[in-house]
Design a protein around this ligand. Structure first.
Ligand code: HEM
Length: 185
């Protein structure tokens, strides 16, 4: 994944646990980069190793690290560095999710070697929908998506619930989340 992703993990860890914890995590992951370059692609393995090492060092399940990272990604990385693109995607959670399938098409203009996730919305109601998620990457990213959607809920002051209905596995080539939300707070 592009260095931007690893950089965001670094930022999240440094904000919440300090720089020395980040150095410990990098050592545990066997990653010796002194700084990631945002627009350079790194092997996916680097990102997965950093998450596993953060899980071990912080004594928290990898799923919890990925959920926290999803929220951090929306509220810090995306909003701070790509605010106009985020705001142009939707004015409320429902519209944003409906347009989410097109977001990474725009991101690809900035990062041409992107291997983007694919999304589709089904059963769309006033306060619920089913979010379908395809990825070309190794298993385990569903909690990241959950965290991202929770981050979007916070972005729009909208309490949101995310439930995994179908997990990508040997029988299904995509995962499905049931997303429900309340009126904005
Ligand atoms: C403007 C905001 C955003 C930017 C710039 C951005 C950019 C990126 C980048 C660079 C990657 C790494 C992929 C690669 O290097 O091949 C990525 C992955 C990913 N993004 Fe975004 N993204 C944004 C918003 C979002 C949002 C709002 C979601 C919400 C669901 C999302 C879902 C994901 C997921 C799930 C992945 C993991 C890759 C995979 O599943 O295969 N992104 N994104």
């Amino acid at each position: 994944m592009y260095g931007l992703v690893n950089k965001a993990i670094e930022q999240m860890v440094c904000i919440n646990h300090g720089k020395s914890t980040w150095e410990q995590i990098k050592a545990e992951a066997g990653v010796d980069a002194t700084g990631f370059i945002s627009n350079e692609p790194y092997p996916d393995d680097v990102t997965y190793r950093l998450v596993a090492a953060a899980s071990k060092t912080l004594q928290a399940p990898a799923e919890d690290i990925l959920k926290a990272f999803g929220e951090h990604w929306v509220l810090h990385t995306a909003l701070e560095s790509y605010g106009p693109m985020m705001r142009a995607t939707g004015n409320n959670l429902r519209d944003f999710l409906i347009r989410l399938p097109h977001l990474h098409t725009r991101v690809e203009l900035i990062y041409p070697e992107l291997k983007p996730p694919q999304f589709a919305c089904h059963e769309v109601g006033e306060s619920e929908l089913n979010l379908h998620y395809w990825t070309t990457r190794p298993p385990g990213l569903e909690p990241f998506v959950e965290g991202l959607v929770h981050g979007l809920g916070k972005m729009f002051d909208t309490p949101v619930r995310v439930e995994l209905l179908q997990q990508r596995d040997e029988n299904n080539d995509y995962s499905v989340f049931h997303v429900t939300w309340a009126e904005p707070a």
